[in-house]
Design a protein around this ligand. Sequence first.
Ligand code: FEO
Length: 169
Amino acid sequence: MLSKKIEDILNKQIEKEGYSSNLYLAMASWAENEGFKGIADWLYAQSEEERMHMLKFIAYVNERDGKAKIPAFEKPSFKLKNAKDLFEAVLKHEHYITASINEIMALTMQEKDFSSYNWIQWFVNEQIEEEANVKTILDKLRLVGENNLYMFDRDIMSLRTPASNPPVA
Ligand code: FEO
């Protein structure tokens, strides 16, 4: 049984993961319109991963006798000039999500909810990996430069690590 505080913070995270999925979907569409097919594919795949994260939070809340709430999502908004802007915006968003996962972890300790503490560990590790992946992409972008994106766009999907699954509750 989840405490009210844990149920509430997990429900907030459902909203954040769903927003992340829509944000990357909107960015994928932007990239597609800019002619970046590879970057668009990377973002569509990332959007799917975020949706999977959202579904895992929903399943966990319901399995622990809480009530998962499906919220309305804010319309994603961003201003991008180029691929570097895009991945800097992705990294900034992932920093925000990492901070949010850390807050959940801190609350599980405070509430002595050790099941949730164990469960959220997967997301702590996932955030390390997601941030590292985007940093690698930004490093590569710096190397090739904005005027030489053909091969970068062609090869970006090879920089993806396969999605892993969080533990079931
Ligand atoms: Fe679900 Fe990219 O954090």
